[in-house]
Ligand binder design. Sequence first.
Ligand code: SF4
Length: 215
Amino acid sequence: MGTSESAGTRLISVSGDVEKAGIYEIEWGISLKDVLETVGARNPRVVQVSGPSGECVSAAKDGNRVFSYKDLSCNGSLMVFSYERNLLDIIRQFIHFFMEESCGICVPCRAGNVELHNKISLIIEGRAVEQDLDEIIAWSKIIRGASRCGLGTTSPKPILTSLSAFPEEYHKKLITQSGPLLASFDLNEALEGYAIATEALMDDTGADQATEVSK
Ligand code: SF4
């Protein structure tokens, strides 16, 4: 059973928008389309293969891809999401998972996943520009190349693979930058700390002057 490179079968756990969630034994070489049909996928759009650290693929465009070590080398998890789901929100939750699970020993994983989480939040809120997408890709490269263990090296995969499978989801949320400041830069928020510090300083100075007068 299976293919010449991937012999035998694989147990997979199927969850999400399907009629028959559960554990399946599939033969290597079976197509994604056939698996989705077997499990009764409901209006499938996005399939996350191998959990958050795996690959995000399109049910429509990648239906003919097959489960094998050469293609979709599923580690045992298959999550199906229908057209009713918000893809970017799902990806943000995956990144949040990595952010929480990072043990913090190496900086690229510890800080990089926070940065990716901030970036995707900006995109969701409609405050990101093209430069933010470029920075996501640049940060992801660093995280993948410089993290010490598998958690860090795979953590940018949901964002990178979803960006490649569904670029329009990201691009339609971007805005055009006007002026020298990034749209994500909130001037008032940035000045908040300064205002608090100045107020405190003024209070102290006022108190000192009052003490001087009473002396
Ligand atoms: S890559 Fe691994 S070792 Fe490094 S911070 Fe992340 S979880 Fe820890």
